[in-house]
Ligand binder design. Structure first.
Ligand code: PLP
Length: 407
């Protein structure tokens, strides 16, 4: 534990070495053993600003870069604990926490790119990430090349002296294409271009991209990491040097999360490993059931041997998460909606990774603003359903789906 000059303690970095199992790290890493007022749970510090005893204390803080807080747009105690925990879980040096996954992705782009730079993005991804890259960054003179997911030759062909970042998700949302992370990292290294992967669907339980040589891993912590469908949160993780500028952007633009959310996030993380086991179990059971059902034409889930990236996924990942995407046979939009409406356990909502299972027809929710032509381009048929398995019992989820499909 580090004592600061005002007698408060900053989180203990002793578990930063990555010692202990994932649950031990998720419970203890980044936290003081002895906390304020002898509390076992992390206290919530609501202050928007932090006082100095006198002018000399303020000068010491500035000159010595003391590990304490000054103003809550830059840092607060809950944020630091969460960042240390995340960095340990991802086997990274430093994490920077954000108010949402999108603020994390955007801050990475804003920190690393300037007018004249280019990004190459595998185009199978969360559609808002594609929008930020292809539309928002374009306004500031940054060009984005969209390349078919896992087309490494196509990506290489787009790299030139202006390229500053290669970006992808792995697995991709919602089709579950799995990027060969070692190959992706090697491509960046070959041309001296930084690489980033949004590993929201994988989580550090199933895969740790930094171990494969990536420069950055990005998360919508809103999903599995927080795990309870009750908050938004995001993070960028990498070496201390590389994420330094990302932290500066967060402070400048005010993209910090709130102390209440940070508390809930830390609380959610305690059960991360235990929850991921159930998400993986549910995803596998549900996708196997769906694949065997006569009304289902196709199931996208990397844990199925029929999935085109199954062999790579098995090598790179420990499990495959709770998100299952499937397409109904000979069903139009209305027949697909009838299945969504018939299930009794999953709630109809976007998002994934929480305790409650969620179901959606991408046509109706995630992709409602896209034309039929665009949906075809992104391979989103009207008969597609995205099911985010929560923490319910697998046999109940399967029985519920069976009831909805057999009607
Ligand atoms: N990345 C992926 C893969 C996502 O699925 C999402 C949201 O669905 C995001 C990023 C954005 O995260 P947030 O909603 O926390 O801003």
């Amino acid at each position: 534990m580090t004592q600061t000059n005002d007698g408060c303690s900053v989180p203990d970095a002793s578990l930063k070495t990555g010692k202990g199992g994932l649950s031990t790290q998720a419970v203890h890493a980044g936290e003081d053993r002895q906390k304020y007022a002898h509390s076992v749970a992390e206290p919530i510090f609501l202050s928007s600003t932090y006082s100095f005893e006198n002018t000399q204390a303020a000068l010491d803080f500035v000159r010595e870069k003391q590990p304490r807080d000054e103003y809550a747009r830059y840092s607060n105690p809950g944020e630091r604990s969460a960042e240390k925990k995340l960095a340990v879980l991802e086997n990274g040096e430093e994490a920077v926490l954000f108010a949402s996954g999108m603020s994390a992705v955007s801050a990475l782009f804003l920190a690393k790119l300037q007018a004249g730079d280019e990004v190459v993005l595998f185009n199978e991804c969360y559609h808002r990430t594609r929008m930020v890259c292809a539309e928002f960054l374009a306004k500031y003179g940054v060009k984005t090349h969209l390349v078919r997911a896992c087309d490494y030759d196509g990506m290489e062909a787009m790299i030139n002296s202006k390229t500053k970042l290669l970006m992808s998700e792995s697995p991709t949302n919602p089709h579950h294409s799995v990027v060969d992370l070692a190959r992706f990292a090697a491509l960046g290294q070959k041309y001296g271009v930084e690489t980033a992967v949004d590993a929201t669907l994988a989580t550090p339980y199933n895969c740790r991209p930094l171990d494969f040589g990536l420069d950055y891993v990005v998360h919508s912590c809103t999903k599995y990491l927080a795990g309870h469908n009750d908050l938004l949160c995001g993070a960028v993780i990498g070496s201390a040097k590389k994420v330094e500028q990302v932290r500066v952007v967060r402070g400048l633009l005010g993209l910090m999360n709130s102390p209440h959310n940070e508390y809930l996030f830390l609380r959610g993380l305690k059960s991360f490993e235990v929850r991921m086991r159930r998400h993986n179990e549910n995803g596998q059971a549900v996708s196997e059931f769906l694949e065997s059902h006569p009304r289902v034409e196709k199931v996208y889930y990397p844990g199925l041997s029929s999935h085109p990236y199954h062999e790579l996924a098995k090598k790179q990942m420990r499990g495959f998460g709770g998100l299952v995407t499937f397409v109904l046979k000979d069903a139009d939009a209305a027949a697909t909606a009838a299945v969504v409406d018939a299930v009794r356990i999953p709630r109809i909502a976007p998002s994934l990774g929480g305790a409650e299972s969620l179901i959606e027809q991408p046509l109706v929710i995630s992709f409602h603003e896209f034309s039929a032509e665009k949906r075809r381009e992104f391979n989103i048929p009207d008969s597609m359903i995205r099911l985010a398995c929560g923490l319910e019992n697998p046999e109940d989820l399967v029985a519920d789906l069976k009831m909805a499909l057999d009607r």
